[in-house]
Design a protein around this ligand. Structure first.
Ligand SMILES: C[S@@+](CC[C@H](N)C(=O)[O-])C[C@H]1O[C@@H](n2cnc3c(N)ncnc32)[C@H](O)[C@@H]1O
Length: 352
């Protein structure tokens, strides 16, 4: 591929294993996907060609353990118990791959523990490029990443998330970028998957009326404004702190298939689900609003902190400002706790 890939410049998740320790929300969404992933593993075409499972946007790996183990078990049950299986984890070059490999060795839930014949590798390159030779992948797994745009589309004066701005011009730029990214992602995956292969991709999206992020990211925007009032952020910096994430509707997800623009892939399943709040039950039991808020603030920091630090730019006190921002977020969430149930698009594709 010759296209210049701007996603390569995006910062990945909060490093040193912080994302692994603070991604219960994403894990809750992954649990919802288990039946559909099981269907993909049971129906994918399997013959004597090498079995290759690709985990696109693995981050630090914790949330990949259960789906990779499920794929191994089902593929071996369908073939033979000692069948060699390759697992390929991909992410951006800035990803904390060291934590991923450490989790594979040390996490009690690691899919490789107790198993022989599992061959693991990693690719540090944006998935808007073709990452594997044609027809190489048997199964593809991709969660909680395709909401990230391949590049920023500018700052919003009214929200922390590009996909939630009310500015018509910026909203149109987000929609155009996310539509092009979706087509691009599908085109390169169609090349990589072998015939009869399956790809499950699930990412946060929006129902027509709401995204499910109104409380959490509305509060993040309020926290940005707080720091502005405190003189910690200029107006220009407040505007710049716009996370390059778009939220597709189901119609936007289905559009390239309806238009006949996706060669080689059939849309087997597409729906929007609500992800349960992983911290709510504890909160109901204990009434501890501060802990509830801190968990949500840490989870939010794990996926957005490095992007916000990058958008803030080179200030000597960059780290302190980001610390202050998430302290403000935690304070706001604790003052008005709500249930966070983001919308997740769940998509299963078959390579024809
Ligand atoms: C929220 S994490 C999801 C990690 C894991 N799949 C999960 O469900 O917990 C999003 C990941 O997407 C990665 N990502 C974002 N844009 C990407 C791109 N263009 N190519 C590859 N990875 C990308 C980020 O680096 C990050 O590790």
């Amino acid at each position: 591929m010759t296209r210049r890939d701007d996603a390569t410049a995006l910062p990945a998740m909060e490093g040193r294993g912080f994302y692994n320790r603070n991604s219960a929300m994403q894990a809750a969404g992954i649990a919802v996907l288990a039946p559909l992933w099981d269907r993909a593993c049971r129906t994918v075409a399997v013959d004597e060609a090498p079995l290759v499972v690709v985990d696109y946007a693995a981050s630090q790996g914790r949330n990949s353990m259960a789906p990779m183990r499920a794929a191994i078990e089902t593929l071996r049950a369908r073939t033979r118990p000692d069948r060699p299986i390759e697992i390929v984890h991909t992410d951006l070059p800035s990803n904390d791959f060291a934590s991923l490999f450490r989790a594979l060795e040390e996490d009690p839930a690691s899919y490789r523990s107790g198993l022989d014949g599992i061959y693991i590798s990693a690719i540090g390159r944006s998935y808007f490029e073709q990452l594997l030779p044609d027809g190489r992948a048997t199964l593809g797994w991709n969660t909680w990443s395709m909401q990230w745009l391949s590049e920023g589309v500018g700052g919003a004066a009214d929200h922390a998330l590009a996909g939630m701005t009310a500015d018509p011009a910026l909203a149109a730029a987000v929609r155009a970028r996310q539509a092009a990214d979706w087509r691009r992602f599908l085109a390169v995956r169609a090349r990589e998957l072998r015939r009869g292969g399956r790809l499950l991709t699930a990412y946060t999206a929006r129902a027509e009326a709401e995204a499910g992020w109104e409380w959490l990211l509305g509060s993040l925007w309020e926290a940005i404004l707080d720091l502005g009032r405190d003189g910690l952020l200029t107006a220009e910096e407040q505007r710049r702190l716009t996370i390059p994430i778009g939220l597709r509707t189901l119609a936007e997800i289905e559009a390239p298939f309806k238009a006949g623009d996706v060669r080689g892939l059939t849309l087997e399943h597409a729906e929007l689900v609500r992800v349960p709040d992983p911290f709510r039950a504890d909160f109901d039991r204990t009434g501890d609003a501060r802990l509830f808020a801190q968990r949500h603030a840490d989870t939010t920091r794990a996926w957005s902190g490095p992007a916000l630090a990058g958008l803030l730019g080179p200030r000597d006190d960059n780290g302190a400002v980001i610390d202050a921002l998430f302290a403000r977020l935690a304070g706001r969430l604790a003052a008005a706790p709500q249930t966070h149930e983001p919308t997740l698009a769940v998509v299963l594709l078959r390579r024809d």
